[in-house]
Design a protein around this ligand. Structure first.
Ligand code: KIV
Ligand code: ZN
Length: 390
């Protein structure tokens, strides 16, 4: 396996499903898990089995339904949680228990009201207990983003020695700057003995809009797993968006990172998650938003019509979008009108175009968007052209 292979850990069904109003039932979760498997994710975090009987059942059913993908269940560093996660994962071909504890000063002092040493003891005990059920144990140091690096390295050293196979370094509150987060990953790589035996993982939240940048900084500094969700959904401002990190790696091939994501399935799965969770995608969302490949100003439209690459860095087909959109608005120019007219069956001469254009602007100033019927109406009123069948 190439040293630059990046594992995609999808947590849409766990962190993503924590969004208020996005709760899914078991049937919906299984359907999404099968779609995630087809997309090519390496790990599906299927849920938090101790949290409710419904979530337990979902993890169990997903474990039965999918094939070779790793199925992961979340737990706190609590024996009952870990045992329940192991039970829910009993049908998984490749089970993983994800256990962990808060490591930042504020979590230790105010959430656990304990000492840094006791946190390390609990972390080690949790990893050892999880190892008694499964080989693959991922440890998360919650709020690692705000945890002092020296102390974090001590926690990580202890769990590596206890047998953790994956080390999750979450920026739980989305606080870190990319440089800071990258340096944190590098610090662990350089200061934890035997860390090469495990995989370092990023898990970044988007409170400052930096989740994607931080995840990329993480892999540039040695992490080899990215935790992310479809459409970037998740607690508060959400998690790292799967489609963004995957397309960054694809479009910047010089970085030499590889995933096994089947990118033409991205738009479809984005729509499916949005529909099942009743969570609309913002139109300007990178990669999968409705406007990600739409052009509405005359200058851009003219460029895209001449050569798509002038204003698009991604071929829409690569993410499952049929074609770029030329949207007619009051900012559109003659090139866009002639282009759309041709698409709906009218070949406008330069004289026809001049006649249509001024009328078009009057309509466009009144409407947000001039649709195909409006355009056909304007052409019929201003020219003697007949619509060709198209
Ligand atoms: O954000 C976080 O720290 C988490 C952990 C439970 C992995 O979601
Ligand atoms: Zn999280």
């Amino acid at each position: 396996m190439s040293d630059n292979r990046i594992y995609i850990f999808d947590t849409t069904l766990r962190d993503g499903e924590q969004v208020p109003g996005c709760k899914l039932n078991t049937k919906q979760k299984v359907e999404l898990a099968l779609a995630l498997e087809k997309l090519g994710v390496d790990i599906i975090e299927a849920g938090f089995p101790i949290s409710s009987p419904g979530d337990f059942q979902s993890v169990e059913e997903i474990a039965k339904a999918v094939g070779d993908v790793v199925v992961c269940g979340l737990s706190r560093s609590v024996e009952k949680d870990i045992k329940t996660a192991a039970e829910a994962l009993k049908y998984a071909k490749r089970p993983r228990i994800h256990t962990g504890i808060g490591t930042s000063e504020s979590h230790i002092k105010y959430k656990f009201r304990t000492t840094p040493e006791k946190i390390i003891e609990r972390a080690v005990a949790a990893v050892k207990y999880a190892k008694s059920f499964v080989e693959d144990v991922e440890f998360y140091a919650e709020d690692a983003g705000r945890t002092d690096n020296e102390y974090l390295a001590r926690v990580i050293q202890a769990v590596v020695d206890a047998g953790a196979t994956v080390l999750n370094i979450p920026d739980t509150t989305g606080y870190c700057l990319p440089e800071e987060y990258g340096a944190k990953i590098r610090f662990l790589k350089e200061n934890v003995k035997g860390i090469h035996k495990a995989i370092l993982s990023t898990h970044c939240h988007n409170d400052l809009g930096l989740a994607t940048a931080n995840s990329i900084a993480g892999i540039q500094n040695g992490a080899r797993q990215i935790e992310c969700t479809i459409n970037g959904i998740g607690e508060r401002a959400g998690n790292t968006s799967l489609e963004e990190v995957v397309m960054i790696m694809r479009q910047h091939a010089h970085l030499n990172f590889q995933t096994q994501i089947n990118t033409p399935k991205l738009q479809g799965i984005s729509n499916l998650v949005s529909e099942k969770m009743g969570m609309p995608v913002q139109p300007n969302k990178a990669i999968v938003g409705a406007n990600a490949f739409a052009h509405s100003s005359g200058i851009h439209q003219d460029g895209v019509i001449k050569k798509r690459e002038t204003y698009e860095i991604i071929n829409p087909l690569d993410v499952g979008v049929d074609h770029s959109k030329i949207v007619l608005t009051a900012r559109s120019g003659r090139a866009a009108i002639a282009y759309r007219a041709k698409q709906i069956g009218y070949n406008l001469t330069k004289i026809d175009l001049d006649k249509v254009y001024s009328n078009f602007l009057t309509v466009a100033d009144k409407k947000k968007e001039v649709n195909d019927d409006d355009l056909a109406g304007i052409i019929a009123a201003k020219t003697s052209l007949v619509q060709a069948s198209c």
